[in-house]
Design a protein around this ligand. Structure first.
Ligand code: GDP
Length: 404
């Protein structure tokens, strides 16, 4: 069964563990033993049944501290399994990004509709970074609907409060689902709830399934391979991040600017005629390329990414941006000649201003000039060619995305 990872976002106490626990139960993914343990544990604490305890098989050892062990919490539905990765704060998001971990491109955000909970600035900042890190499919579960009498107006208020922001930070409206749920009672998790007759959309599990199914599908895009190096015998190894490559095709290698014909394609040790997005390939082309082949880009010879040294980017500031700047993109480091701040973006409203000040954990728009040209594309077009990490005197200073 294919496992899809899904980033789980949301403020503490808005119901993440409860939601995952209940989904495990309602989809039949939790064992009877685990459910019984959770029942007994709830009883011992003189509490009503807490679905969140299903997540924790050693619940007794963690009386005061609930932690989500996401690696074990796999929720199965139809032909897919979902591993929800809890991302408690932006630090974790960023740390994981730098270490190369991937969250896939689907996120589930929980926002509690309960009085005095609702949308927080921290939630928005979290979402802002998630978007910069490549998440473009978003499901918003408006939780604890049972505490507000399942009122449509409360749901609509939460939705309206987030929708504008979500659009402003670059999510497509049509790709965001809002679902009224009660993680605790189970409404709209896997079955439509009678308590929300006014709601006509998908259940949470269906929304997760539909989004995860499309995840990583880049076959329609232009051919882009990011290379990792050359093997003995001249095979260039890399990953197809968009489009497909075929034997006999004319390709271009950037930044070298060399054109060549594909002679052989190997995937997992087998010779193939073509390879799709998502695969690691070793290819043989009819030219020897003298330049370094790490972080180079292979594309079709017509539809190529641009070679640029002057890049307009959005930067989420994570450290001091001082002297000695460099960027790292696809494993290669390039020195910056200059960085000019063009304006700021308020990460809690998504609004832009002409303010030129750089603030920690804020975002700016900037023009970055590199010492040499690299293949670049808008982040929206090819994520892998439109995203880089900024360093200042070797210290991590920001994450950057190219384009609007
Ligand atoms: P987390 O910190 O986001 O993992 O939140 P928890 O899942 O631990 O939930 C925090 C508290 O909210 C717990 O006491 C839950 O029982 C409660 N809770 C979670 N979801 C719901 C819900 O849908 N309705 C109600 N009434 N309480 C909920």
């Amino acid at each position: 069964m294919m496992v899809k990872t899904i980033a789980l976002l949301g403020h503490k106490d808005h119901g993440k563990s409860t939601l995952i626990g209940n989904m495990l139960m309602l989809t039949g993914s939790a064992t009877k033993v685990r459910i019984k343990e959770a029942e007994e544990y709830s009883k011992r604490l003189h509490k009503a049944f807490e679905p969140a305890f299903i997540l924790d098989s050693f619940a007794e050892e963690r009386l005061n501290e609930m932690t989500i062990d996401t690696t074990r919490a796999e929720i199965k539905h139809k032909d897919l399994a979902f591993a929800f990765i809890d991302v408690p704060g932006h630090e974790e998001l960023i740390k994981n990004m730098i270490s190369g971990a991937s969250y896939g491109d689907v996120a589930l955000l929980l926002v509690s509709a309960k009085k005095d909970e609702g949308i927080r600035d921290q939630t928005k900042r979290h979402l802002f970074i998630a978007r910069m890190l490549g998440i473009d499919k978003l499901i918003v579960a408006v939780n604890k609907m049972d505490t507000v009498g399942y009122k449509e107006t409360t749901f609509n208020d939460v939705k309206a409060g987030l929708l504008k922001y979500i659009e402003r930070i670059g999510f497509e409206k049509g790709k965001v689902h809002f679902i009224p749920v009660s993680a605790y009672k189970g409404d709209n998790l896997v079955k439509r709830s009678k308590n929300t007759k006014w709601y006509r959309g998908m259940t949470l599990i269906d929304a997760v399934y539909e989004n995860a199914k499309q995840e990583g599908r880049k076959q329609d895009g232009p051919l882009r391979i990011i290379t990792q190096g050359v093997l003995e015998g001249g095979h260039v190894v890399g990953r197809v991040v968009s489009g497909e490559i075929r034997v006999g095709e004319r390709v271009s290698v950037l930044p070298a600017g060399v054109e060549a014909t594909v002679k052989e394609i190997t995937v997992k040790g087998k010779r193939v005629k073509k390879a799709d997005a998502g695969l690691n390939v070793a290819i043989k082309i009819d030219k020897n390329i003298a330049t370094e082949l790490r972080g180079a880009v292979i594309s079709g010879n017509k539809n190529k990414p641009k070679l640029l040294s002057k890049i307009k980017a959005k930067i989420f500031v994570t450290g001091k941006i001082g002297n000695n700047l460099s960027v790292k993109v696809n494993g290669i480091e390039i020195k910056c000649k200059s960085l000019k701040v063009l304006g700021s973006i308020d990460v809690t409203t998504g609004e832009r201003s002409s303010k030129k000040r750089i603030e920690l954990l804020g975002a700016i728009e900037a023009e970055v000039v590199l010492e040499k040209k690299i293949p670049v594309e808008d982040y929206e077009t090819t994520r892998e060619l439109g995203r880089f990490v900024l360093y200042s005197s070797r210290e991590f200073a920001g994450i950057c995305t190219v384009g609007k």
